[in-house]
Design a protein around this ligand. Structure first.
Ligand code: ATP
Length: 295
């Protein structure tokens, strides 16, 4: 499901001494089926933009088109249920929103709220638990007895239980250890493949952008300052620094080599790409020479 912003402005608390303009003239498209990363330094407007993706916030001016649905400043708060079902948002630290006495009930809560029978919602809960890589034996446990990583997966299962077509992730790996982060990111990649989802990832982790995203939106001071494929975004390290953004580790390493006279046909983004480029440039003897027929 594609999402398009046209000339969107958003102001918090307009007409008060606390008035803050958070979005200015946003024009962008999140392509259907894309894995879009939304990046920008603190306060650039990412969370504000994210809340427009399912009309939790409505533009102060301009339009947001989500699939067939057009949201304008005049859109009523009624009748947004379907939209909220289609666009599932996993907020930061989603485990803080768990509240039911069992994992199964917590995951089933959303569908039941949308009129699904208890039996069907519990069946969905079991399927979703599987989808997020947790064992069925957890269904009857209290969510508060689980580890932090498991709790987060349960919260994500609750969002997936609504069968969204767009999954929005706000810093989903915050607070996890490196292995937990990798597992979580791999889980989203698998979910996207298996469920044909459009994914929107808000992140400060440039490695995740390089490894997973196919489309990037860069924000600065409430404006979109660049959009493009990761390779396009990361090819200009000075521009990134000027916008207080880092480079993926692999790209930063390649940049150091470039500064020492190495050349790359393309800026390597992932470890695999860097390894392939380095091997191609090193003399075969560096690896003990190419095997001969005698060996
Ligand atoms: N509820 C609010 N009321 C008033 N101003 C707000 C509110 N939420 C955010 N802002 C302001 O809007 C601007 C954009 O903030 P936003 O949280 O969208 O940025 P962000 O890029 O998500 O930041 P971070 O990376 O720290 O999460 C900032 O100037 C912020 O202070």
């Amino acid at each position: 499901m594609a999402i398009t912003f046209k000339q969107v402005d958003f102001t918090y608390q307009p007409g008060t001494p606390f008035e803050t303009k958070a979005l200015t003239d946003i024009n962008l498209t999140i392509p259907d089926g894309s894995y879009t990363a939304l990046i920008g330094h603190t306060g650039s407007g990412k969370s504000t933009l994210l809340q427009h993706l399912n009309a939790l916030l409505k533009p102060t001016s301009g339009t947001v088109t989500i699939g067939e649905r057009v949201i304008t400043p005049e859109t009523s708060n009624k009748d947004l249920k379907k939209l909220r079902q289609h666009v599932g948002i996993v907020f930061q630290f989603p485990e803080s929103q768990l509240f039911e006495e069992t994992v199964a009930k917590d995951i089933a809560f959303g569908p039941q709220n949308f009129g699904v029978s208890e039996a069907d919602a519990l069946k969905t809960a079991a399927e979703m638990l599987d989808l997020v890589g947790l064992d069925q034996s957890l269904l009857d446990r209290s969510p508060f007895d689980l580890s932090g990583g498991q709790m987060r997966r349960v919260a994500i299962a609750g969002v997936l239980a609504m069968q969204p077509r767009v999954l929005v992730l706000d810093e989903p790996t915050a607070g996890l250890d490196p292995q937990g982060r990798l597992d979580m990111m791999e889980m989203f990649a698998k979910l996207r493949r298996e469920r044909d989802l459009t994914v929107v990832l808000v992140t400060h982790q440039m490695d995740d952008v390089a490894n997973y995203a196919d489309h990037v939106i860069v924000m600065d001071q409430g404006r979109v300052v660049k959009t493009g494929a990761p390779r396009e975004i990361f090819k200009d390290p000075q521009w990134l620094v000027a916008h207080q953004l880092g480079l993926p580790k692999t790209t930063a390493f390649a940049q150091q080599l470039i500064d020492r006279g190495w050349q790359f046909d393309r800026m390597p983004l992932t470890e695999d790409e860097l390894a392939a480029d380095l091997i191609a440039q090193l003399p075969a003897t560096a690896f003990g020479g190419a095997p001969t027929d005698d060996e």
